[in-house]
Design a protein around this ligand. Structure first.
Ligand code: SF4
Length: 134
């Protein structure tokens, strides 16, 4: 069972699912190179609009006009592609994927802002709980 995403954030059906999700998220985020974090911090204020809901503001999946340069760099450094080279590993079955809100075509990713396609992929793909072998 997947978490539902509301305007206020993800809602988990049970506390076990929430704990498991947070655990996997922390493990995944811990693997992000320190350099990426430093780049993000160094560029803070240079084109970063601070808009926390940028992924939800963009109605067209290919419209990156509302996404800051900082977030575009993150997207690129994570190796995001619109079509996964590994068919069984796509954004829509990644634990870090934010499903589209009702009426929207594309979702988002916890790791960066902006639209994310269901069939997309990046190097930080993480198995969902049912698939996880932790
Ligand atoms: S595969 Fe990458 S871009 Fe897609 S949801 Fe997972 S972490 Fe985000």
């Amino acid at each position: 069972m997947k978490a539902k995403v509301t305007k206020t954030g993800p809602v988990f059906p049970s506390s076990e699912m929430r704990r498991s999700f947070v655990k996997q998220l922390l493990m995944t985020v811990a693997t992000i190179p320190v350099g990426l974090t430093l780049v993000g911090c160094a560029n803070r204020g240079e084109g970063d609009t601070g808009d926390q809901d940028a992924s939800r503001d963009v109605s067209q999946c290919d419209d990156l006009s509302k996404v800051s340069e900082v977030e575009l760099k993150k997207r690129k450094s994570l190796g995001y592609t619109e079509t996964s080279p590994i068919p069984e590993n796509q954004c829509d079955n990644c634990n870090l994927y934010i499903p589209p809100v009702e009426g929207q075509k594309c979702g988002g990713c916890i790791l960066f802002k902006g639209p994310v396609l269901e069939e997309g992929y990046c190097t930080y793909w993480a198995a969902q709980e049912a698939d996880a072998t932790i």
